[in-house]
Design a protein around this ligand. Structure first.
Ligand SMILES: *[C@@H]1O[C@H](CO)[C@@H](O)[C@H](O)[C@H]1NC(C)=O
Ligand SMILES: *[C@@H]1O[C@H](CO)[C@@H](O)[C@H](O)[C@H]1NC(C)=O
Ligand SMILES: *[C@@H]1O[C@H](CO)[C@@H](O)[C@H](O)[C@H]1NC(C)=O
Ligand SMILES: *[C@@H]1O[C@H](CO)[C@@H](O)[C@H](O)[C@H]1NC(C)=O
Ligand SMILES: *[C@@H]1O[C@H](CO)[C@@H](O)[C@H](O)[C@H]1NC(C)=O
Ligand SMILES: *[C@@H]1O[C@H](CO)[C@@H](O)[C@H](O)[C@H]1NC(C)=O
Ligand SMILES: *[C@@H]1O[C@H](CO)[C@@H](O)[C@H](O)[C@H]1NC(C)=O
Ligand SMILES: *[C@@H]1O[C@H](CO)[C@@H](O)[C@H](O)[C@H]1NC(C)=O
Ligand SMILES: *[C@@H]1O[C@H](CO)[C@@H](O)[C@H](O)[C@H]1NC(C)=O
Ligand SMILES: *[C@@H]1O[C@H](CO)[C@@H](O)[C@H](O)[C@H]1NC(C)=O
Ligand SMILES: *[C@@H]1O[C@H](CO)[C@@H](O)[C@H](O)[C@H]1NC(C)=O
Ligand SMILES: *[C@@H]1O[C@H](CO)[C@@H](O)[C@H](O)[C@H]1NC(C)=O
Length: 753
């Protein structure tokens, strides 16, 4: 990180990089061997390559017999986390029908299948051009008609949107050919960085597949055969965290116990930031990285240059200095220059999307976990917060990360104050005007049109306030010492007075009739009405929904945020809250959230308006589907609540008394001694874990769905189910998503079995 930072600062002062960094012709030798990972999810083959000079992913798509040929064609993507950049190539069979061309990357003397590419810096770039190469096999004559070179965002505009192509990118690709092969080169809008693709016949004597490649008028034609593909670019690379430097010392053995997950975590982790997913989200996302860090904290590396500091530092660097909002997604590299140019700004500076309303609240919670609770973080706290911002986000020059943390916490305090003073709905946190999304259920129907989200108001705000109180008491907010007591006063009100706005209570008989009519209309399996032995109680996923609904009466998993983030002390509220959560987890859909495929994140069966069932479907991103990290957070959250009982029961009478004399021993929540509720929570914990274990193969995926067949919920990829009406096509999922690796740190606690 330091080297890149210095170089870019010096570059902006007009000092040549060669003055500080001797130019090397050959690739610098790496002290550790390259890391590679191959993951197949047909029709996609994913290959990752990382060494000390470059990190990149290649995704090869080749149609399968059951592929929809209007959507799936032969395609090759190379993605670099550096600059969120990439190159995308669409191949077609030259003279035969779709489906007759197969493409693959094969093992060779060049790589297995990927090897590194390195070429020394060429003016005006100060950086070497780095990437990957490998042997590409085409089984029939093919053409390459369309290539997109530059940013992943430009590629996503084409593959996810209505096939958008921007002339600023497409018309600036230079095609050349010589007797060795065909090359494509594009200089980025920064006038410095280049992306290069080269195809040449693989002239290895052991290969029988030596074909020819020809260029005619921007169309490249390949005979069937093997070609060396090399893809490289000259944007400054990030500093990869190897598997052993992503994990703390106590968790080092995870690299041998769970090598696939730790390798995936490592490919997403750099000392500058931790990426949300590969290949589509190969860059900073605030919510994803902070939720992941909160769940993974027990195993993540800490201290200078660690994974924990990469996450928190990246968030602080990107805070809006004016109003303290935390950045949701960054725009960097070529796409940032393009966005700036559209605003008539001549700049390569990164930009941020600040539209989410939940992300601000995760920051103090994560800071408290690391800078106060974690001994290594606590040692680092003053040096870490004294880091000068601006090296990545020039807008924050002249501030320290500590200044930005304070500005962001000031925002939380400011937004929390009105409800502290007067507990009305009008004083709850709402989505921003004009935005349909604002928290993790960020798809068209994720909140059913709701404006006031449940998770933010009942869990994230009070958790952030509790954390701010602790940070202030630990001396990290010396300019706001009064927060030491004020933040907790705010928190208590937000903890105790928000749930009631969202509460939905349905008498038993009514609940029976609702699940029966839901099953009749929308679900082919049993209605499970007989499992409802009491009134149904849950919390609306949001208030002020579409169709003028005052509450979006969709049962959901967002209780997990309170379980995981808060130790609430109002027993009259906590005991029934835990009990309803346990009931809803234990009951099978449509009576509750459980299915054979895992716990679903939303259940519309109790909403009377048919709009619920229409929008919260098995094909909706936040519908009746299963998200890996929600399983992890619910499991860990229930465990944390059960742990609150454990601490006390282990204490002797004397320490119990000491507890009352002002030591740090918290009071035992009343549910711990309510056998019915305690056992119910424990049962829900075990039901959930049985289901997590039964679906172990899915856990590294982001989200999955199910079909009901032969009396069972059978797991199916979300991408193969139709999206709900009004939502564009299904999107391709990321083969690895950061927050789906959290089971590295979340394990079943056998004490509660
Ligand atoms: C053939 O593939 C191309 C590119 O993938 C696609 O645009 C076209 O719709 C396909 N044609 C048919 C008949 O499926
Ligand atoms: C190439 O592979 C495709 C897909 O497997 C297949 O349909 C086609 O027959 C193959 N072509 C040749 C010439 O082998
Ligand atoms: C390619 O090489 C890798 C690494 O040696 C190996 O794991 C993989 O099985 C090989 N693939 C094929 C198709 O031989
Ligand atoms: C790149 O060069 C063009 C043409 O000279 C110029 O208009 C543009 O402002 C330059 N962009 C940057 C970011 O330097
Ligand atoms: C090349 O493309 C241009 C513009 O699309 C066209 O006018 C020209 O005829 C093409 N040349 C050949 C040799 O196909
Ligand atoms: C891995 O390390 C942890 C913590 O040190 C230890 O509890 C566990 O038994 C170890 N596992 C193996 C297989 O060595
Ligand atoms: C930062 O916040 C201010 C105040 O809300 C706003 O005007 C500005 O546009 C924000 N900055 C960015 C880059 O969005
Ligand atoms: C844009 O800025 C670069 C330097 O950052 C400068 O070389 C270039 O001339 C500028 N272009 C315009 C159009 O002002
Ligand atoms: C903070 O960093 C600055 C240099 O950036 C240094 O002068 C100062 O002593 C540091 N303060 C602390 C408390 O470490
Ligand atoms: C940082 O300070 C310098 C010198 O005081 C000033 O020129 C510059 O505009 C400041 N940058 C920001 C982003 O405030
Ligand atoms: C709280 O807000 C309500 C609704 O706006 C208002 O009627 C009431 O007077 C307020 N109470 C206080 C104490 O400000
Ligand atoms: C909740 O209490 C437990 C002890 O029972 C403690 O370990 C944990 O850190 C507390 N969590 C929060 C968010 O305060």
């Amino acid at each position: 990180m330091r080297i890149i930072t210095q170089l870019s600062l010096l570059a902006s002062l007009g000092v040549a990089a060669s003055d500080v960094h001797p130019r090397t012709k050959a690739a610098p030798k790496c002290t550790s061997p390259a890391s590679t990972l191959s993951l197949t999810d047909l029709p996609y083959h994913n290959y990752f390559y990382s060494d000390c000079n470059v990190a990149a992913q290649a995704v090869v798509t080749t149609p399968q017999p059951d592929s929809d040929l209007s959507i799936i064609g032969p395609r090759l993507i190379v993605a670099w986390p550096a600059g969120d950049s990439g190159a995308c190539m669409f191949f077609e069979p030259h003279s035969s029908a779709n489906g007759t061309l197969a493409i693959e990357l094969v093992n060779s003397t060049i790589g297995t299948p990927l090897g590194p590419v390195y070429s020394a810096p060429k003016s005006p770039s100060k950086y070497p051009s780095v990437g990957i190469q490998g042997v590409l096999r085409l089984n029939t004559t093919a053409t390459l008609n369309l290539s997109i070179l530059g940013s992943i965002r430009t590629i996503r505009d084409f593959v996810e949107g209505p096939s958008l192509l921007h002339p600023e990118f497409q018309d600036t690709v230079k095609f050349t050919s010589d007797n060795t092969g065909v090359s494509l080169q594009r200089t980025w809008l920064d006038n410095v960085t280049t992306t290069n693709l080269k195809f040449k016949p693989f002239g290895n004597s052991s290969s029988k597949n030596n074909g020819q490649v020809k260029l005619a008028n921007k169309t490249i034609t390949f005979e069937a055969g093997d070609y060396i593909l090399s893809a490289d670019m000259s944007y400054p690379q990030l500093t990869a965290l190897e598997p052993k430097s992503v994990l703390n010392a106590a968790s080092a053995n995870l690299t041998t116990e769970k090598p696939a997950q730790t390798a995936a975590l490592s490919f997403l982790s750099y000392s500058e930031k931790v990426m949300a997913g590969a290949w589509r989200f190969f860059t900073y996302f605030g919510r994803d990285s902070m939720i992941s860090a909160l769940l993974l904290e027990p195993v993540l590396s800490d201290g200078k240059g660690s994974a924990m500091e990469a996450v928190i530092g990246a968030v602080l660097e990107r805070v809006n200095r004016t109003d303290g909002t935390v950045c949701h997604e960054e725009t960097i590299g070529d796409y940032a220059t393009w966005i700036n140019a559209q605003k008539n700004i001549n700049s390569t500076a990164m930009g941020c999307d600040y539209k989410m309303v939940d992300t601000d609240y995760f920051l103090p919670v994560l800071m408290e976990r690391y800078l106060v609770q974690n001994p290594a973080g606590k040692n680092r706290s003053s040096a870490f917060l004294n880091t000068t911002a601006g090296s990545i986000n020039p807008a924050n020059a002249n501030l320290t990360w500590g200044d930005l943390a304070l500005i962001s916490s000031e925002r939380v305090m400011r937004l929390a104050r009105p409800f502290f003073l007067n507990q009305t709905k009008a004083n709850l946190i709402r989505l921003n005007e004009g935005e349909v999304v604002g928290e993790w259920r960020d798809s068209t129907y994720g909140l059913g049109g709701g404006r006031i989200p449940y998770d933010v108001n009942t869990a994230l705000v009070p958790a952030a306030l509790r954390a701010i109180g602790t940070l202030a008491r630990s001396g990290l907010y010396t300019k706001q010492r009064h927060w030491s007591t004020l933040a907790d006063k705010y928190a208590k009100v937000w903890e105790d007075s928000t749930l009631s706005f969202f509460a939905v209570e349905i008498p038993k008989e009514k609940a029976h009739s609702l699940v029966k009519s839901f099953a009749n209309a929308s679900f082919p399996g049993p209605d499970q009405a007989s499992s409802i032995d009491d009134d149904v109680y849950f919390h609306a996923v949001a208030l002020e929904g579409g169709n003028n609904l005052s509450k979006v009466e969709v049962m959901n998993t967002d209780d997990c945020f309170r379980h995981f983030l808060l130790n609430t002390t109002n027993d009259a509220q906590l005991t029934p809250f835990l009990n309803q959560s346990a009931n809803n987890i234990k009951r099978t859909f449509p009576a509750g959230l459980m299915t054979d495929a895992g716990m679903i994140v939303a259940n519309p069966a109790f909403g009377e308006d048919p709009i619920y069932a229409k929008n919260f479907t098995t094909g909706a991103y936040h519908g009746t589907v299963i998200w890996s990290w929600q399983l992890a957070m619910m499991a860990k959250g229930l465990e944390r609540q059960l742990d609150r009982c454990e601490v006390e029961s282990n204490l002797s009478i004397t320490s119990r008394i000491r507890g009352h004399q002002g030591s740090h021993i918290p009071p035992v929540p009343a549910f711990c001694t309510d056998d019915y509720v305690y056992d119910n929570v424990k049962e829900a914990y075990n039901t959930l874990w049985d289901s997590i274990e039964a679906n172990a193969d899915q856990l590294s995926g982001e989200v999955w769905s199910w079909v009901y067949r032969d009396g069972k919920f059978v797991t199916t990829p979300l991408g193969v189910l139709p999206a709900p009406p009004g939502v564009g096509g299904q999107t391709e999922s990321n083969i690895r998503q950061l927050w789906s690796l959290t089971f590295l740190a979340v394990n079943r606690n056998e004490v509660y079995r």
